[in-house]
Design a protein around this ligand. Structure first.
Ligand SMILES: NC(=O)c1ccc[n+]([C@@H]2O[C@H](COP(=O)([O-])OP(=O)(O)OC[C@H]3O[C@@H](n4cnc5c(N)ncnc54)[C@H](OP(=O)(O)O)[C@@H]3O)[C@@H](O)[C@H]2O)c1
Length: 262
């Protein structure tokens, strides 16, 4: 138990069944929040997260809903409200990778697929949750984006665009919702050791993610818990005066060599 900075809070973590979302769900629960663990397909993985939280004395429930389906997410907000109470901490984490094609070869449907998962769906979910969040006095929307927005690597346009669009919407929302006490912040991880991270490494540089640990400045690729700790901080009273921020969780990024003559 880390403490009870989030006692009394009601959190929804989308994609809370695996990877970053699982670590966030567990961390928020350890800090006292009741946690709705959303997932799309893997009910067993979501149930495991719920059981692990309950075993530590926390409160959690699992909810199936695909974040790219506005009707499903509106219903999700209602179900969480009925079971746990109005959501005052929404972590928009669920996500999926793009097919990795170059812009020259990417069809509009691929852009739309990624925009639905990372931008349009989450915005519909936020819209559904906002009335309850405004009424809470203090509430948070925390968007898990990606450091990839800064790097814009080849083959990543559909994913990068969708993350960048959500970041823009999140900053706008942050400005709009201040009067209602709703903080909106973005957490942008670099590579994280999750199933998605494993797939990204296999498809780009090849091999397993663990093989990259030694080449990272802190001796390891980020773990899901590195992201979860930042999310818990942002949701806590310690971050009362933070909104419209984007926090990179990338270990400081690559070291840039001094270029002579500069
Ligand atoms: N891993 C990285 O290197 C990295 C780096 C930067 C940012 N990110 C971002 O961090 C977030 C989490 O990624 P991760 O690495 O933890 O991914 P992951 O290991 O693949 O887990 C993805 C989670 O999202 C859920 N999910 C996927 N599509 C969904 C949908 N349409 N509706 C609801 N839930 C859905 C999955 O549930 P099911 O299993 O039920 O489908 C699962 O719980 C994503 O937004 C990702 O873009 C990841």
């Amino acid at each position: 138990m880390t403490g009870a900075r989030l006692a009394g809070r009601i959190a929804l973590v989308t994609g809370g069944s695996r990877g970053v979302g699982r670590a966030v769900a567990k961390r928020l629960a350890a800090e006292g929040a009741a946690v709705a663990v959303n997932y799309r397909r893997d009910a067993a993985a979501a149930d495991e997260v719920v059981k692990a939280i309950e075993a530590e004395g926390g409160t959690a429930r699992a909810y199936a809903a695909s974040v790219d389906d506005p009707a499903a997410t509106a219903e999700l907000v209602e179900r969480v409200h009925a079971d746990l109470g109005p959501i005052d901490l929404l972590v928009s984490n669920a996500g999926t990778a793009s097919r990795g094609t170059a812009v020259a070869d990417t069809v509009p449907e691929e852009y739309l697929r990624l925009l639905r998962v990372h931008t349009l769906g989450p915005l519909a979910l936020i819209r559904a949750a906002l009335p309850g969040m405004r009424a809470a006095g203090r509430a948070d929307v925390i968007v898990i984006s990606s450091a990839i927005v800064d790097a814009a690597p080849s083959g990543g346009a559909a994913y990068t665009m969708a993350k960048a669009a959500m970041e823009a919407a999140a900053r706008t929302l942050a400005h709009e919702e201040r009067a209602h006490g709703v903080r909106v912040n973005v957490v942008a991880p670099g590579l994280v050791a999750t199933e998605m991270g494993e797939r990204l490494v296999a498809a780009s540089v090849g091999g397993a993610i663990a093989e990259l640990d030694a080449s990272y400045p802190f001796g390891r690729v980020a773990r899901p818990g590195d992201v979860a700790g930042v999310v818990a901080f942002l949701a806590s009273a310690d971050a009362d005066y933070l909104t419209a921020q984007r926090i990179l969780v990338d270990g400081g990024g690559p070291d840039v060599p001094i270029v002579s003559g500069g």
